[in-house]
Design a protein around this ligand. Structure first.
Ligand SMILES: [Zn+2]
Length: 132
């Protein structure tokens, strides 16, 4: 997919999806059973028929993009979580260059203050190409 419009301008492509393991290391041992994006993706792979029909499994999960998440890289190369720079109405528009399957985990990350502990809904619009 190609990003063709972006009114936020700040997204994380390095941090990856949160997982039970990373939440445990990053926050606390008792966070292990909490939801995680990785678990959401694995659940979708296991329960959505299209993935089974295509013979897809966790090996087919590519790296994800954390849209609207502000994760600056420090001069020493560390990743940091910073306050979000997004706001209501900000959007990213993408054009699919081929048929795609999209998995979205609107992570309500409850362990760090990047969303001011106030996760909000997202809105998705999908339309066919005028050339389709
Ligand atoms: Zn997450």
């Amino acid at each position: 997919m190609t990003i063709i419009a972006d009114t936020c301008g700040r997204h994380d492509t390095l941090g990856g999806a949160c997982a039970a393991e990373s939440n445990t290391v990053r926050y606390a041992l008792e966070k292990f059973p909490m939801h995680s994006c990785r678990d959401n993706f694995l659940y979708a792979l296991a329960t959505e028929p299209i993935f089974n029909q295509l013979g897809m499994n966790k090996r087919d999960l590519p790296s994800n993009i954390n849209f609207f998440m502000n994760v600056p890289v420090t001069e020493s190369g560390d990743l940091t979580f910073s306050d979000g720079v997004s706001a209501p109405g900000k959007y990213v528009e993408m054009r699919a260059e081929m048929d795609v399957l999209v998995l979205i985990s609107n992570c309500p990350q409850l362990n760090n203050p990047c969303n001011a502990y106030n996760p909000t809904p997202i809105r998705l619009l999908v339309w066919d190409s005028p050339c389709a």
